[in-house]
Design a protein around this ligand. Structure first.
Ligand code: FRU
Length: 488
């Protein structure tokens, strides 16, 4: 395959594997100055299958170095999603000398014929900063006699009870287990039967405490990804619950369904383990795709990418705790401001165009709406390919329209508009990261995220701000383009 084909659609700021297929982020952990990103990986093909754990490391979560494959299939099956932790106190007995990494993952074994595939949880450990791994000889450490869907263990150390807690996807519920040594697991509780969206199988849970912005108060948040059922309008997507966890039982404090992302391309995301306390961030990243079309997106030789890592916090909006997200600050160093925008008035049916022509860019704008019915931004990738982010002020709806964004025909769902109903809001703040062929929109200071792939012939020639039937003012804003310190 020519290098040109291999590079086509490849992002600059998002992780992709050099070759072949990837899906979920796995084993996100920070250890000795490195962020580790393991990922569901098929080294043999450009479509899902034969799952391994690929591996990459980074100092800033933006530039990644891909390393050798970390976990290979074995007699217990292929390697499905899971997590990694630092065993600081040698609870496992694997690290007599100094602390090391433990991966807790699902072994998946296809059985021939009538029997369902078997899923069980297993361990592997590394004493050389994740470079090589030893599978635990007593694998699997947790299995179920009857459950077919029994996967994606996400483990953390619960300080209050001095126990490891595992959240596990068990059909359309999440089951919590506890352990003193990561080897012997006790059932604690099961969550989710009568709450949340049950549009598809529940996958990739993550339970963690999150700080409420400004007050510093803490709540527990449970992320749950929901698989594609083949007919829903969204394909695969991620919901979350806010509530309390007493070390055994998680209780949500709301009945409404809350979505983590309002775009179609953010799935199976989980957060990093062992971020140092003095940093204090809860950092999350997702797989930037959707099971409805992930196997068909038009890249050659490689397929699929991760989102930009995001810092998660809670914000109290009209009495509700909402998970808000911002790209990690490390991203800022990859940009420099190329244009500041102040008090730019855009009148009825007017369009103001800025040239960009860069491999990646960031747009930020606070928009005051005087009396416009609709306003927005058009990313003109080329003369014929464009994506629009539009705010319909009369209905408080933001729409991302990628119908004309380039290659869309590989899936019917890809070109359907994605609408986000916002809480009543006259003015709008938008932060948009465009990296080659992906668009991440953060609305109203991270209150909503819209993550979308696009496949135009070029990143973005121009950006057009427009207003229809009324006036808007871009009170302040900027366009940032690649920092010249980075050669791309
Ligand atoms: C989520 C998922 C997980 C599973 C993995 C297999 O995208 O279906 O539940 O462990 O992908 O690759």
């Amino acid at each position: 395959m020519t290098n040109q084909k291999l590079q086509r659609y490849r992002p600059n700021l998002h992780f992709t594997a050099k070759r072949n297929w990837l899906n979920d982020p796995n084993g996100l952990v920070y250890f000795k100055g490195e962020y580790h990103l393991f990922f569901q990986y098929n080294p043999h093909d450009n479509v899902w299958g034969s799952m391994h754990w690929g591996h990459a490391v980074s100092k800033d979560m933006i530039t990644w170095e891909e390393l050798d494959i970390a976990l290979y299939p074995d007699e217990h099956g292929t390697i499905f999603s899971g997590s990694a932790v630092v065993d600081w106190n040698n609870t496992t007995g694997f690290f007599p000398e100094e602390p090391g990494l433990v991966a807790i993952f699902t072994h998946h074994k296809d059985r021939n014929g009538e029997n369902p595939p078997k899923q069980s949880q297993s361990l592997a450990y590394s004493s050389d900063n994740g470079r090589t791994w030893i599978k635990y000889k007593g694998n699997p450490v947790l299995f179920h006699k009857t459950k077919v869907d029994f996967r994606d263990p996400k483990v953390f150390w619960n300080m209050k009870t001095s126990k490891w807690i595992m959240s596990l996807a068990t059909g359309q519920t999440i089951t919590f287990y506890s352990s003193l040594n990561l080897i012997d697991w006790q059932f604690e509780s099961e969550f989710g039967e009568n709450i949340g969206s049950h549009d598809g199988v529940w996958e990739c849970p993550d339970l963690f405490k999150l700080k409420v912005e400004s007050t510093g108060e803490e709540k527990w948040v449970l992320l749950v990804s929901i698989g594609d059922n083949g007919i829903s309008e969204t394909g695969s997507c991620t919901q979350y619950f806010v509530g309390d966890f007493d070390g055994s039982v998680f209780k949500a404090e709301h009945d409404d369904i809350r979505w983590l992302d309002h775009g179609r391309d953010n799935y199976a995301g989980v957060s990093f383990s062992d971020i140092p306390e003095e940093d204090g961030r809860r950092i999350y990243l997702g797989w930037m795709s959707n099971w409805r079309y992930a196997n068909e997106v038009p890249t050659e030789g490689w397929r699929n990418q991760m989102t930009i890592p995001r810092k998660l916090q809670l914000r109290k909006i009209e009495g509700k705790y909402i998970v808000i997200q911002h790209p990690v600050a490390e991203l800022d160093t990859y940009f420099e401001r190329s244009r500041d925008i102040h008090d730019l008035e855009i009148n009825n049916s007017e369009t103001i165009v800025f040239e960009v022509n860069e491999a990646y860019l960031e747009l930020f704008m606070n928009i005051l709406n005087s009396d416009a019915d609709q306003f927005g931004i058009t990313l003109n990738h080329t003369q014929t390919h464009s994506t629009t982010i539009e705010y319909d002020a009369s209905n408080d709806v933001i729409t991302l329209n990628r119908e004309k964004s380039g290659k869309v025909e590989f899936s019917e769902m890809f070109s359907l508009e994605k609408r986000l109903k916002m809480d009543n809001s006259k003015n709008v703040q938008l932060r948009v990261i465009v990296d080659t062929f992906s668009i991440e929109v953060f609305v109203n200071d991270g209150t909503y995220a819209i993550t979308s792939l696009v496949y135009p012939d070029q990143t973005c020639e121009t950006v057009a701000f427009y207003s229809e039937s009324g006036k808007i003012t871009v009170e302040n804003g900027y366009i940032s383009t690649p920092n010249k310190r980075f050669t791309i």
